[in-house]
Design a protein around this ligand. Structure first.
Ligand code: HOC
Length: 399
């Protein structure tokens, strides 16, 4: 059924049935009131397309240049952690699907496959490695060296996680990684029998950078991540890493300019899919000011709540160079492993092509601000709550 899903929303519904509530909530949820998530979705919905007609759109070219190299679509598979908790195929599925779709794949430091494993399964495909700077800089350095040796073209430094955001769903569900084997897990497992294999696999694995671990995401971040990370670390990393450098989690024009001056090749305007600082400004609303300040000094990617090709086209028309897609492919993974993720990639391709055709844009270069209007944001208090949107099936977030 996943192969015939008509939208990411369909795969989301399948995912919800297949995995236990705590796992689904870990993927779907945001921090605190989940306002960042709701606003990101609402901002995407606030983009009105203004189609141009009589443009001769019998062929539409969806290829994009991302970090100076070709990509079949203007999207990147975002780094996401702990994927084998969602489905035992984990990064084997997501990396293969990205490779087959011809888009870059970003492996997370908190991924469940090693940098070498991913390099081996998708040789010749575009691979990025996402880095959290650990308190033990020696171990970070080791990971960076391994990624360089394994042929990763880009390093993505995430800078929005000095501590973990307060993810209330995880607290309420007692979510640990890997999931603990308590009564609740057994009951959940009995109700979602297809997920048992994932649980058993997960308990046997070492996360990409950890020999063994069990705890909440907050505990994990407090143990490993260094809140003291600053611009000197960015300079240090720029010296260490020979390839492209991307900084993810940037939220202000001021920081974007300073990061570009430090030699970054791209920034990801991101609030970590609403999972870190709640009430943070949304990437789409920050985009014009950031682009203005950067004035082309580095590429600008965005993420957060992107679940359709139309969302991607909207962001590109507003000036983004590419979109990082996270939750959307995780819904496919939870629903049906590699097949589900491939379906997500196929849906994005179909939707981007159709949207561009109907908009009258024959190439990515033709996606310009005159094709869109971002209507004013709702006043404070008028925003709908993320949980209500999700419950009503009106919105699906993406990483
Ligand atoms: C503080 C985040 O990006 C997520 C993933 C994994 C990050 C682990 C620590 O859950 O948002």
């Amino acid at each position: 059924r996943a192969a015939r899903a008509a939208s990411v929303e369909d795969l989301r519904a399948m995912a919800r049935r297949r995995v236990p509530r705590a796992v689904f909530d870990y993927v779907e949820g945001g921090a605190e009131s989940e306002r960042s998530l709701a606003r990101a979705r609402e901002d995407l919905d606030s983009v009105h397309f203004i189609a141009r007609v009589l443009r001769g759109v019998s062929t539409v070219d969806t290829r994009a240049t991302i970090l100076g190299a070709p990509s079949a679509l203007p999207i990147v598979f975002a780094p996401t952690g702990f994927t084998r908790v969602l489905h035992h195929e984990g990064e084997l599925a997501t990396a293969r699907a990205a490779g087959a779709a011809g888009v870059p794949f970003a492996l997370s430091t908190m991924g469940t496959c090693s940098v070498e494993d991913v390099a081996e399964i998708i040789p010749g495909c575009r691979k990025w490695f996402q880095l959290y700077l650990w308190s033990d800089r020696g171990r970070s350095r080791e990971l960076v060296d391994r990624a360089a040796a394994a042929g990763y073209e880009a390093l993505v430094l995430t800078v929005d996680t000095p501590v973990a955001g307060r993810r209330l769903r995880d607290v309420r569900n007692g979510m640990t990684l890997p999931p603990s084997l308590g009564l609740r897990t057994f009951v959940d497992g009995a109700r979602h029998p297809h997920w048992w294999i994932d649980l058993l696999t997960t308990r046997a694995l070492s996360f990409a950078s950890l020999d063994s671990w069990q705890g909440t995401v907050a505990e994990l971040a407090a143990t490993l991540f260094d809140p003291a990370v600053d611009f000197e670390d960015l300079d240090w990393l720029r010296e260490q890493w020979p390839g492209k450098l991307v900084v993810k989690g940037v939220q202000s024009a001021e920081d974007a300019a300073r990061i570009a001056s430090a030699g970054a090749d791209a920034i990801v305007l991101s609030n970590h899919g609403g999972r870190q600082l709640d009430r943070s400004a949304t990437p789409l609303r920050q985009l014009p000011e950031v682009l203005d300040r950067l004035d082309g000094r580095c590429e600008v990617f965005v993420d957060g709540a992107f679940t359709s090709g139309a969302d991607v086209v909207a962001a590109l028309a507003l000036g983004a160079d590419a979109v990082l897609v996270g939750r959307a492919y995780l819904y496919g993974l939870m629903a049906a492993g590699e097949l589900g993720v491939r379906r997500v990639a196929a849906l994005f391709e179909e939707e981007i092509t159709t949207t561009m055709t109907l908009l009258g844009a024959r190439s990515i270069a033709e996606l310009k601000p005159d094709l869109v209007r971002l209507v004013p944001a709702p006043e404070a208090g008028e925003h709908r709550r993320w949980a209500d949107l999700a419950e009503a099936g009106l919105a699906i977030p993406a990483g």
